[in-house]
Unconditional design. Structure first.
Length: 195
């Protein structure tokens, strides 16, 4: 593929549906943008899977995948290295805007070392944030000021949920969770609390 037909494809990710991707890749000239709203720890990111799939032909040799930062692409160092190597092996450049780094096809040892170092730093930073968050929660609990997360459903909605689940005989719970705007895990927690 020559330079005139090479495309710049963007990928954005936020952890929750409430968050906005607007600031990621803002003002960059891109041919198209793919976006997932899922936690970095969630492997079910349909748009990323489509970009990674060689049969989808979304990313072709000579194209560049443009991502805001390493932590938007991968959930940990192993995942980051796998994705970057997979794409560069297919002839796709991978560019991280915030990190000012580009990984070219035919990667060299120095760039892969840098990828691992920066990925390890990002992974360490995320674990420190989680640790500080947990410490803050524990301190708030000790002071008696931690109330936990606000319930997703009102008591009336919980009763409605339980009644609808009982009427369906426990079938169709995925659709029921979707209808009530909660995850299946949350649905099961509500049903378990009822038992």
């Amino acid at each position: 593929m020559n330079a005139s037909t090479a495309r710049r494809i963007g990928y954005r990710r936020v952890s929750t549906v409430d968050q906005s991707t607007a600031r990621q890749l803002e003002g960059l000239a891109l041919d198209s943008i793919y976006e997932d709203k899922a936690s970095g720890s969630d492997t079910n990111r349909p748009q990323l899977q489509a970009l990674r799939n060689p049969k989808s032909a979304i990313l072709r040799p000579g194209d560049t995948l443009v991502v805001h930062s390493m932590d938007r692409l991968a959930r940990n160092l192993k995942d980051l290295r796998t994705i970057v190597e997979e794409l560069t092996d297919r002839g796709v450049r991978v560019e991280f805007v915030r990190d000012s780094m580009t990984f070219e096809p035919g990667r060299d040892a120095r760039s892969m070392l840098l990828l691992q170092l920066l990925g390890a730093v990002a992974e360490f930073e995320r674990s420190m944030i989680r640790e500080r968050q947990q410490e803050g929660i524990e301190q708030a609990k000790a002071r008696g000021v931690y109330k936990g997360r606000k319930p997703s459903l009102t008591p009336e909605r919980v009763q409605d949920l339980k009644a609808r689940d009982a009427a369906a005989g426990g079938k169709g719970r995925t659709a029921l969770a979707r209808e009530f705007g909660i995850s299946r895990e949350t649905l099961y927690q509500y049903l378990k609390a009822a038992a």
